[in-house]
Design a protein around this ligand. Structure first.
Ligand SMILES: [Zn+2]
Length: 270
């Protein structure tokens, strides 16, 4: 029997199906791992942002408190000097400086209060978030409302899950790697057999397969395309019986006589 492009494409479909089957043992783990990785990344970013905010706030408060102390020191010194003032002019000049430092202290104190109020607001927001989460009212919880300890818990859970899934995937890959490699090389070798006109069928096959159709080549059965059960026009039956393909008008699949599938089965595998 002479192998036509159609025989080749049927065989290619079988090899591709075998490969998909082996890869399906990975049970969507690569996609799940990608999602979890993204989740971990986003949680780390959120936690980093909070830590930075906390550090910045603390540094600002520390600086303001140091400013207040320095101003108090100055005031003390001015007051000492004032007791030894030789005239009213000197005394008044020192009073102005004391007044200035007192104003600075008030400004710093007011800034500390603002910072503490902002911190209090954040704490209240997280407290509200905690209550809502306890009541399972997840929709009402904005990212800012999720308490830091819960973010940390989510992070370690996601990290543990991604670790488990990665180990599972690794072991599946390990146990199927030889089979996958073998099939990939068979597919490659087989694809090299397409030449001339048969390459047109190959590109049609690739196009449909990429579009998510796994059974691209189907049997002509009961005068219809067995992929979608649409009837094949009577004018095309003879051509199919002669061994040509029919491109289904409804689904685009390659419809061939079932005899071709039987013939492919008779070709010894390499
Ligand atoms: Zn069809």
């Amino acid at each position: 029997m002479k192998q036509t492009g159609l025989h080749l494409i049927i065989k290619l479909q079988q090899l591709d199906d075998d490969l998909s089957l082996v890869l399906s043992e990975q049970k969507g783990l690569p996609e799940e791992i990608t999602l979890l990785d993204e989740q971990v990344k986003s949680l780390l970013l959120q936690l980093d942002a909070r830590e930075k905010r906390r550090d910045d706030t603390l540094a600002k408060k520390t600086q303001l408190r140091a400013d207040i102390l320095a101003a108090q020191e100055k005031i003390k010194k001015y007051k000492d000097t004032q007791t030894k003032a030789r005239n009213n002019k000197e005394y008044d000049a020192l009073s102005k400086q004391i007044e200035y430092e007192e104003q600075e202290i008030k400004k710093s104190e007011s800034q500390i209060r603002s910072i503490e109020e902002a911190e209090e607001q954040i704490a209240q927001l997280e407290k509200k978030g905690k209550e809502l989460l306890a009541e399972n009212r997840y929709d009402e919880v904005t990212p800012d409302m999720v308490p830091t300890d819960i973010l940390k818990k989510r992070l370690s859970e996601a990290q543990a899950e991604v670790k488990t899934k990665r180990e599972e995937l690794d072991s599946i890959i390990k146990s199927t790697q030889a089979e996958v490699d073998d099939l990939v090389s068979k597919v490659e070798k087989h694809r090299a057999l397409f030449s001339g006109e048969s390459r047109v069928i190959l590109s049609k096959y690739d196009h449909l397969r990429k579009g998510g159709i796994s059974n691209v080549v189907v049997k002509f059965s009961r005068s219809a395309c067995s992929g979608c059960n649409t009837r094949v026009p009577a004018s095309r039956h003879a051509s199919i019986i002669q061994g040509n393909f029919y491109s289904c008008e409804s689904c685009g699949r390659i419809v061939v006589h079932e005899r071709l599938f039987e013939e492919v089965a008779l070709v010894p595998s390499e």
